[in-house]
Structures are given as C-alpha cells and as structure tokens.
Ligand binder design. Sequence first.
Ligand SMILES: [Ca+2]
Ligand SMILES: [Ca+2]
Ligand SMILES: [Ca+2]
Length: 297
Amino acid sequence: MCTEDSWQCSSGQCVQLSDRCDLAFDCADKSDEQYCDENECGEGLRRCHTGQCVPDSFWCDHINDCPDKSDELHCGVHEWSGCAEDEFPCASGAQCIPAMERCILSDDRHHGCADHSHLLDCKSVTCPAGMFKCRSGPCLDEVKQCDGNVDCPETWDDEDFCPFQCSHEVPECLCHHLDANCSGLGLRYFPDIEININRFYFADNQLSVTLHAQPIRGHQQVVYLDLSRNQLQYLRNGTFSGLWRLRILILSENNLRELTEGAFAGLHNLRNLQLDGNQIAYIGPFAFYGLSSLPTL
Ligand SMILES: [Ca+2]
Ligand SMILES: [Ca+2]
Ligand SMILES: [Ca+2]
C-alpha cells in the first residue's frame, strides 16, 4: 500500500502524488502518465487535451510540451508587429525572445528560440563573464567545460584538451594532452602511467632513498622530468638510463648527499640539470658521465 500522499503505479510502485500526469515518467512502467483523463490541474497549470498539466507559461511558447502538442495548437495568429527593441526575432518569424538569450546555450528547453535560431551567427559575439565560447559561436556556462558531456554544437570543443586520469594505480594523477601531473600527492613510488607522456611533473612527493629505477626508465618519451621537493638521498648507477630524450631534469630540494658514478648515465640529450637545494658533500669520479650535451648545471 502507498501512503496517503503518494500515488500507486499499476506495478504497485509508489510515487509522489505530484508525479501523476506531470509529463515526466516517474513509474518504471510509465503508468503515471497514462489515463490522465480525470486528472485536474492545480493553480498556475493548464490541462493538455490528454490530461497532463503544464505551467501556464508553457502555453503557446512555441515549444511542444503536451504529448499531443495541444499547448501549441490554436494559439491564434497574431498580427505580426515585429519584436520589441530588447527582443531577438527568431528565424521562424513567429517568436521573439529576450535579446540576452541570444547565443547562450541552456539546458532549459524553454530558453531561446524553439527553432534554435538564436544560436546561429554567433561567431563574432563576445560571451559574458563566466562563459566559455564554443568554436562554433555560442556561449556555454564554464562549468560545462570538461564536464564529460559534449555541449558545443558542431565543434564539441568544450571537451577538447581536458585533463584525464592516466594512471590506474594513482587516479589523482591527471594528464593533459601529453603532460602528466602527479605533484603533491604524497607518493612514495613512481606510478605506472599508461600513455607515452613527454612532460612529467612529480614535485612535492615522498620518493626516498633511491628511485625505483624500472618504472622511470620505461618512459622513453619523457623530455621534462620534475622531481623537486621529494626525499631522494641517492641516485643509483643508471637510474635514468633509457630516458635518452630527456632535456630537463629537476632534482632541486631533495636530500642528495653524494653523486656517484653513473648517476646520470644515459642522458645524452640533457640540456638542463637542476641540483640546487640539496646537501651534496661528495661528487665521485664519473658522477656526470654520459651528460654529453649538458650546457647548464
Ligand atoms: Ca509523472
Ligand atoms: Ca509549449
Ligand atoms: Ca561539456
């Protein structure tokens, strides 16, 4: 049994009394929108011929709301006198909308022209603050940029170049195009990253003692590697071997105390090595072996 303030679907499911004949399916079996003949509409609502109730303002607003379109029939053809100065005339020639709705994308289907002509010829329009301009012209609420749903008509560019998860091990690592950012996540190890990224931001983590060499060496595309403000104490011989494309390596503000043979072996293309903010007391023979292109230390 349903409570007094609810309505029982044919299947037995209970829905709110106000869900009955409100033009939205609430019962799983859709029975709340059937047999609405006896349904009465409350204040501020008008009754479709099929029995459902729609707000007064939906009547003759050029958008079909009733299942049988009865809200848009018999609207009377007014003598066309054009739109007011603060209105935009829709291409249909029968609808005027507030001028400020022009070129604005909205989820509200009662917003703008029923024929969507308010979204045409928008390329030269400047969007209001807080809105993203689609390449096709219209303006979109900024929160819809990179929200996972395509909103910009035709160009779909609100979902271009968005950050995405690129490590199943550490979902907080976000990639953006070919950049991976795992900074400031308190990580003690170098996670697997699934794609061929070429810039790796790994500052402000807790890598310590020595690098787990294997995962780093696998990233052969990396040209920029920032490991600053970790807790590295020692670089094993060949730690970076395999990163032959690397151009910039930042090891600033770690706990490095000594550099020993082969610490940077394999970095033939390195152009910039940053070791400031460490406590290096000893540099062994062949510590910089292999840095054949390095102009800046
Ligand atoms: Ca309903
Ligand atoms: Ca309507
Ligand atoms: Ca979007």
